[in-house]
Design a protein around this ligand. Structure first.
Ligand SMILES: [Zn+2]
Length: 245
């Protein structure tokens, strides 16, 4: 790498590698090595890592550094609950906007997905099926939809990388095409239902481990009153501590 990258570019490279599953959950992101790789100061790398931790795709641990996040089954449920609400709204808005007309950008995206499927390029297919949802959000021309879906797709990719050993494609064949066709025909109800069904299929397709250590109910096992477990707040507090902010 010859040209010096801006913080935004470094952020995009790391974010891209995580969302495309090139960096697996739990991978340590050494500040020093990243600084060397990007020819940037550790301060700048730390700023980028802080931003990524705010977006939940990495975790900062006090004294241990930064790691690619490992979403729990609970995190995954939360992600899909929000995705269903948001992407249903996106499908409804687009059905009203594009009724009766073809959406060229989505049609060409579907062709790229089909080519990756035919050629058996699983890495490209994994990237493209995630991008499908982002492209739909982008054409609403609402940045809040786009930013939110980008984060949620990245978290979904992390969960797939973590739990689904096959990690082929979480999006079943034909369903993207059916959604685009419903949007183009202006059928709001159908587009919403197909999107909700599709997200259900994606969620169900992710193989969760049979036993998740974090889900063990010690309170029940040891027959004591359950205590409040503010896990998310503990993680956030650790992140603040780790960065000294
Ligand atoms: Zn999909």
């Amino acid at each position: 790498m010859t040209a010096h990258l801006t913080n935004q570019e470094i952020y995009e490279r790391i974010y891209g590698a995580i969302s495309q599953r090139k960096l697996a959950p739990g991978t340590k992101l050494s500040e020093e090595r990243l600084a060397q790789t990007f020819h940037a100061s550790r301060t700048r790398v730390r700023e980028v890592l802080m931003r990524l931790s705010q977006e939940l795709v990495i975790e900062l641990h006090h004294n241990r550094g930064a790691f690619v996040a490992s979403p729990t089954p609970r995190d995954l449920r939360d992600v899909f609950n929000v995705r269903r609400a948001l992407e249903r709204a996106i499908a409804a808005q687009l059905s009203a906007t594009y009724a009766g007309q073809a959406i060229a950008v989505m049609r060409s995206h579907l062709e790229r997905e089909a080519r990756a499927r035919t050629s058996g390029d699983r890495a490209a297919l994994a990237r493209l099926t995630g991008e499908f949802h982002l492209r739909l959000a982008e054409i609403t021309d609402n940045r809040l939809f786009t930013d939110s879906v980008r984060r949620l797709v990245a978290l979904t990719s992390l969960a797939i990388a973590q739990y689904d050993a096959r990690a082929s494609s979480a999006c079943p064949e034909h369903e993207h095409g059916d959604i685009v066709a419903a949007i183009e025909s202006g059928d709001v109800r159908r587009a919403e239902r197909l999107m909700l069904d599709h997200l259900d299929h994606v969620e169900q397709g992710i193989q969760l481990p049979a036993a998740e250590p974090e889900e063990i109910d010690f309170a029940a096992i040891f027959q004591v009153e359950p205590a409040d477990k503010p896990r998310k707040r503990a993680v956030a507090a650790r992140a603040r501590k780790a960065t000294g902010s």
